[in-house]
Design a protein around this ligand. Structure first.
Ligand code: SPV
Ligand code: MG
Length: 431
């Protein structure tokens, strides 16, 4: 019998999947691949049920001859091992980013006379409701909060992008690319103090109060599902920090990063050009311990950010502090630098990772921007944060439009650089 292969990356089996199986049965024995967790997270999805449960779901479908594990988004390895006569999929993969998958399947099959079968995608109210329900589930605090820890376990390196509004949240939620046969998306959102402050026209000096920053979180959470890493600045007074932890955890934020500075905080990228004071090591440890003591779940993370390199206190100081902060209970270490050369950050990561391979390291390569994610991962980095790039790209674009209108006394000249009106009015999906 010919082999008809399809791959599912779903948490719920609905009529669309059953329709594919029915169609597939007309051509031969139906083999179904279940996409692994690590492949699923590249595919603009996140599993809400365990891999074992997903295998079980597929095993329970009538008409399925064999269930296999698919470890990559692309079909190369599965085609090599199964040599299917057909690969069958909903025809929604004929356009957009998913077309890369179809092209990949077609190319592999055509090498030995196999064929792709496109089944009309099932656009029904019931399917739409199921898809929405999965999305809604992922936006709930109990799912969102633990997702960062889950991703650190699944991803070689977790990629977080700056957000400061519902709109930037949507960009990070939905941006999905295909390049050289690989699909990719951001994993998490960084609620930058610099960008949250800048969006309000305020300096990054802990001036925007927590009520306002929590409102930004709420705006973002309302329209996204990805996990949030909150930039908690210095965490404020220890007596206040415990309340911050309590609220963030309740809201479903995954992690707070607090930096070991005290007094009037200025942005780290000023370095020693402005007066900034590093906190006493023991005092900062107390803040970490206090935060950990009020935490209610095992999901939430308190990550300690070390400013020794920013403040030119040296590598030994940075490493000593990292030891102390981990000892105090920090769930991860962020090391920051404003050098153009990544050397000092990599030296820190190599030394720290050798002693604490299980403690996630977070970096923010704003200044040393030539380094790639793969190089960072090779030095033991678990999370890379792109801390301000959406704000920095939007500002010149907006300023340019404002200038053009002032110069030309009309908007025609800037029209070609802007999003079409029909796109902006349909940008936001209706519920
Ligand atoms: C932020 O994005 O607010 C940060 C990172 O804290 S940095 O601006 O580099 O200090
Ligand atoms: Mg900040």
């Amino acid at each position: 019998m010919p082999i008809v292969y399809t791959c599912f990356s779903t948490d719920v089996i609905h009529e669309g999947h059953l329709n594919i199986i029915r169609e597939a049965q007309k051509y031969g024995d139906v083999y179904v691949g279940v996409l692994s967790d690590s492949a699923t997270v590249k595919y603009n999805k996140f599993p809400t049920v365990s891999f074992e449960k997903r295998l079980e779901l597929v095993r329970g479908i009538e008409g399925v001859k064999k269930v296999v594990i698919q470890n990559d988004v692309m079909y190369d390895r599965i085609v090599e091992s199964l040599h299917p006569d057909y690969i069958i999929h909903g025809d929604n993969w004929a356009q957009g980013t998913l077309k890369a998958l179809r092209d990949n399947a077609e190319k592999l099959l055509s090498a030995y006379g196999g064929k792709v079968i496109d089944v009309p995608y099932t656009y029904s109210e019931a399917v739409r409701r199921i898809d929405n329900k999965i999305k809604e589930k992922l936006s709930m605090p109990e799912y969102r909060r633990k997702r960062l820890r889950q991703l650190i376990g699944i991803r070689r390196i977790v990629k977080a992008m700056e957000v400061h509004s519902g709109l930037t949240g949507l960009i990070v939620e939905k941006t999905f690319v295909e390049r050289q046969g690989e699909l990719d998306q951001f994993d998490a959102m960084w609620l930058s103090s610099l960008c949250d402050s800048t969006a309000k026209g305020k300096p990054d000096i802990e001036l925007v109060d927590m009520t306002s920053r929590f409102k930004t979180i709420d705006d973002i959470m309302d329209v996204t599902t990805k996990p949030i890493i909150f930039d908690g600045d210095t965490g404020g007074l220890t007596e206040h920090f415990v309340y911050m932890v309590h609220t963030l955890e309740r809201m479903g934020v995954s992690a707070v990063i607090i930096e070991d500075k005290i007094g009037l905080k200025k942005n780290s990228l000023f370095g020693t050009e402005v007066q900034q004071t590093q906190d006493d090591k023991e005092h900062f440890c107390e803040k970490i311990r206090a935060g950990k003591s009020v935490q209610l779940t095992d999901d939430f993370m308190i990550i300690a950010r070390i400013e020794s390199l920013i403040l030119e206190k040296g590598m030994d100081d940075a490493l000593e502090r990292a030891e102390a902060y981990v000892e105090a209970g920090a769930d991860g270490i962020m090391i920051h630098s404003r050098k153009k050369d990544p050397g000092e950050v990599l030296e820190f990561c190599d030394t720290f990772h050798a002693a604490h391979a299980d403690v996630p390291i977070v970096v923010v390569p704003s200044s040393y921007n030539t380094i790639t994610e793969e190089e960072l991962a090779e030095h033991g980095v678990s999370v890379v944060i792109y801390a301000n790039q959406l704000t920095r790209s939007a500002f010149p674009a907006m300023e340019n439009a404002a200038k053009s209108i002032l110069i030309h006394h009309r908007s025609k000249e800037i029209e070609s650089e802007m999003m079409p009106i029909k796109d902006i009015i349909t940008l936001i999906d209706e519920l």
